[in-house]
Design a protein around this ligand. Structure first.
Ligand code: FES
Ligand SMILES: [Fe+2]
Length: 394
């Protein structure tokens, strides 16, 4: 066959409605119908901190009563960044003219106005978003107030064994890499529905990064659930035994993936939320059941005994991991140049599910998995690992 000249390639394009996260974009509006973790609880202090989520710059702080606040960065007066503000017992005070805003954005004082703004301050509101704290994370709802769903709770983080507690972490991809990853969030989230890369990228190409059974090529069934897409993977251990592993991509961006570095079986002990920082960067917030402090941060891929950030450039090429694979697709991958095949079935199902939810939101509906009012906020997951007899694989 003649070579396909790269000269003939049309200009690359990507599906904007799946990738872009700004307000007013199709995916941006879908994502804004859910709660997203935007910080660790410990990040909210008397020192204001910039949080960028879904392309919006916000200021996070904690007032003297212990309440976390997440406000629009630009002061409602004349736009100075509240990053330079000072937090006191009642709220955050802008450095420029001293307006004081509480965690709900209510203006309490205008020191340069008559009587300190006693008659005028209440007319001003600093915009912001509601937050709730759960699992050591701060969740924000950045969508239309009248469509705010319940903050989900997850069975795997609620049902603890004696001695277990929940720990949160924000340090890395888990599979190696820095806290902030410079590519579109969907490249990472789709990877959750790509069990076939595991025996290649993690099981042989770069040595074996996970436990031995993960290096086996699985047989996989993909299914749509009432919360996302799941893959049911079977790996033949021989002697009539199968390693059965279920991973879930839960909308909007929750990874329910059992630790591939542990031999233990049982329900998935760890959830990861992919937070799109903007269109071309994301980070992961995780929460998991642990028995010792610091356990989550220790679940990291090692490459020849080294952590990702300890590798030289040569070693990154020698031992690539998820970071190299996903960032290597480009800032936003060119969908027009892909060749999706049978092993990409989970990716296709996930994209179609997102497209349907985008349409549902555009048509005025509420997307999959959202619950309201008195509904039970507890989500029951199937993700986990088991060893089963080969004849009971299905
Ligand atoms: S700009 Fe913030 S108080 Fe004036
Ligand atoms: Fe991976």
């Amino acid at each position: 066959m003649e070579m396909l000249s790269a000269y003939t390639l049309p200009a690359p394009t990507f599906d904007q409605s799946l990738t872009l996260v700004g307000r007013g974009t199709p995916m941006g509006e879908l994502l804004r119908r859910y709660w997203h973790p935007v910080a660790l609880s410990s990040d909210a202090t008397r020192t204001p901190r910039i949080v960028t989520a879904l392309g919006e710059r916000l200021v996070l702080f904690r007032d003297g009563e212990g309440r976390a606040g997440l406000l629009h960065e630009r002061c409602a007066h004349r736009g100075t960044s509240l990053y330079y503000g000072k937090v006191d017992d009642r709220g955050i005070r802008c450095c420029y003219h001293g307006w004081l805003f509480d965690v709900d954005g209510k203006c309490l004082e205008q020191p340069c106005e008559p009587a300190g703004g006693a008659r005028t301050a209440a007319r001003v509101r600093q915009p912001g978003y509601p937050v709730q704290e759960l699992y050591g994370l701060i969740f924000a709802y950045m969508g239309p107030p009248e469509r705010m769903p319940l903050l989900p709770r997850y069975d795997v983080l609620e049902e603890l064994a004696p001695g277990e507690f929940i720990e949160a972490d924000d340090t890395s991809l888990g599979s190696g890499g820095p806290a902030i990853v410079p590519c579109n969030w969907l490249q990472h989230f789709e990877n959750v529905m790509d069990p076939f890369h595991v025996p290649i990228l993690h099981g042989s190409f770069s040595g074996n990064q996970f436990v031995a059974q993960m290096a086996l090529m699985p047989e996989v069934v993909f299914e749509e659930t009432e919360r996302g897409i799941q893959s049911i993977q079977a790996r033949d251990l021989g002697e009539g035994q199968l390693h059965r592993r279920i991973t879930e991509a839960v909308l909007p961006t929750v990874r329910a993936v059992a630790n591939p570095r542990a031999e233990s079986v049982g329900s998935c002990s760890l959830l990861g939320w992919v937070l799109p920082i903007d269109d071309t960067s994301f980070r992961i917030y995780s929460a998991g059941r642990v028995a010792e402090p610091g356990a989550l941060a220790r679940i990291r891929s090692h490459f020849n005994g080294k952590l990702w950030h300890e590798l030289t450039e040569e070693e990154h090429r020698e031992l690539p991991g998820d970071y190299e694979a996903q960032v290597g697709q480009g800032a936003i991958t060119a969908h027009s140049e892909e060749h999706l095949v049978t092993s990409d079935k989970g990716i296709g199902m996930l994209r179609r599910l997102y497209r349907r939810q985008v349409e549902r939101v555009a048509a005025g509906g509420d997307p999959i998995g959202t619950r309201f009012g008195d509904a039970d906020a507890l989500v029951r997951l199937s993700a986990g690992t088991a060893i089963v007899a080969a004849d009971r694989a299905a």
